[in-house]
Design a protein around this ligand. Structure first.
Ligand code: ATP
Ligand code: MG
Length: 397
């Protein structure tokens, strides 16, 4: 088990506080899965927690939380929270701020799913279960604690978490946990776009993207994240848009499984491509060139999308490059071809083009050509990319 989390629990206990390891770490251990991290829950209030450790810092946007620091790593310590108390809620029922403290049993009831509310007491070596989480681990059930509609209203992101965990753990959702999703999905519209982007990463970069996506579509939640794309999917559920997204997600999952790096911008490109392509096609019909049309279409689609899901700059730039390079694979000769080949985003864009071909929405021929170019040795490459006028280029500059 996480030695650091155990150490944190020990230190807190030695100072006379109640402390447990809780959350996904315990859940995953009981499932024989590899835990991502271990969180600690304690009776100590944040200021007291901080006093127990040399390096700790108070954080917390909606809730006060302490990070106990170990180099660049940290263990997250939360104080038992009260069920009802000094809470600031939105008229929709969403909790905006909550800083009232409670007992261990209170704390269990305000967690999201029963399997996430298991507490491990290292001193006694036992797991404390207030909500039937152990039974749900046995039957592999995602069950929201309490009255589902109310709990989803308190924090609509729980809807995304339900599907994310169901996909990752291969669990079935309890009927009452699943039933309100479609109706309550629009509540995600109130969630700040930056928080949704954080969830985006957890949903699609954790190795179970394809399964998660299918659940999101089935329950009407994908429409909240990418409304323009969802419209196209709804009209043609097995068309090229769905095939492209499925191919991109399957590819991402394979990369994660191999331990390879994954590029959020690549996935964003896949999710935004269907409306971008549609709008660009329309602009081209009006006489605009392909490259300009793609650029315009992406700007419009992105502008619309970021109202829901923010796209940080560090991803917006590669996203734009991947999209714009799609128009450049037809330049196979001379300077333009070399510039494409040397572009830092060439490989990502070429990978994206391959997915489009796989989805049946782009011509396979340029892919074959660029495959050949990449596999070719120096001389062969020079021959392939030579200007049609004849003269070979000597240098690559
Ligand atoms: P992961 O494997 O993704 O880390 P996790 O269950 O540890 O899964 P975290 O987001 O790390 O999930 O949260 C830690 C714990 O905090 C959860 O197990 C749950 O008990 C509680 N929690 C997190 N988010 C919420 C929420 N939105 N509502 C209620 N409880 C939550
Ligand atoms: Mg966790």
């Amino acid at each position: 088990m996480g030695d650091r989390a155990l150490g944190v629990v020990e230190t807190l206990a030695a100072a006379g506080h109640e402390a447990y390891i809780v959350g996904g770490g315990i859940r995953d251990l009981l499932l024989d899965a590899r835990p991502k991290d271990f969180d600690v829950a304690t009776s100590a209030e944040p200021q007291e927690v901080r006093k127990c450790f040399r390096r700790a810092r108070l954080i917390g946007r909606r809730f006060p939380i302490v990070h106990v620091l170990f180099g660049r790593d940290f263990v997250e310590v939360t104080t038992f929270r009260a069920l009802e108390g000094e809470r600031l809620t939105h008229e929709s029922g969403r909790i905006l701020h909550d800083s009232s403290y409670g007992t261990l049993a209170d704390d269990a009831l305000r967690r999201d799913f029963t399997v996430n509310a298991l507490y491990y007491d290292p001193q006694r070596g036992q797991v404390l279960d207030f909500c039937g989480g152990l039974d749900d681990i046995q039957s592999r059930t995602m069950r929201l604690i309490g009255e589902p509609a109310r709990r989803y209203r308190e924090d609509p992101v729980r809807m995304l978490r339900a599907l994310r965990f169901a996909a990752k753990l291969d669990f079935t959702m309890a009927a009452q946990t699943e039933a309100p999703l479609r109706e309550l999905a629009p509540l995600l519209g109130d969630i700040p776009a930056a928080r949704l982007f954080e969830e985006f990463g957890k949903l699609f970069l954790a190795g179970h993207a394809l399964k998660t996506w299918r659940l999101l579509v089935r329950h009407g939640l994908f429409a909240q994240l990418f409304p323009l794309t969802d419209e196209i999917l709804a009209a043609d559920p097995e068309g090229p848009a769905a095939r492209l997204i499925e191919a991109a997600l399957a590819d991402t999952d394979e990369r994660v499984a191999r331990g390879d790096a994954v590029m959020p911008a690549f996935l964003l490109a896949a999710f935004l491509w269907p409306p971008v392509k549609r709008y660009a096609g329309w602009l081209q019909g009006e006489g605009m060139g392909e490259a300009t049309a793609l650029q315009r279409a992406l700007a419009v689609v992105r502008g619309e999308s970021v109202k829901r899901l923010s796209i940080p700059r560090r991803f917006a730039i590669p996203l734009r490059e991947i999209v714009q390079l799609q128009a450049r694979f037809r330049y196979r000769h001379g300077k333009r071809a070399y510039r494409l080949l040397e572009h830092p985003r060439f490989r990502a864009a070429w990978g994206f083009l391959k997915l489009r071909v796989k989805a049946g929405e782009a011509d396979a021929e340029p892919v074959a050509f660029w495959d050949e170019v990449q596999q070719a040795g120096e001389d062969e490459r020079r021959r392939l990319l030579a200007s049609p006028g004849g003269r070979n280029r000597r240098s690559r500059n």
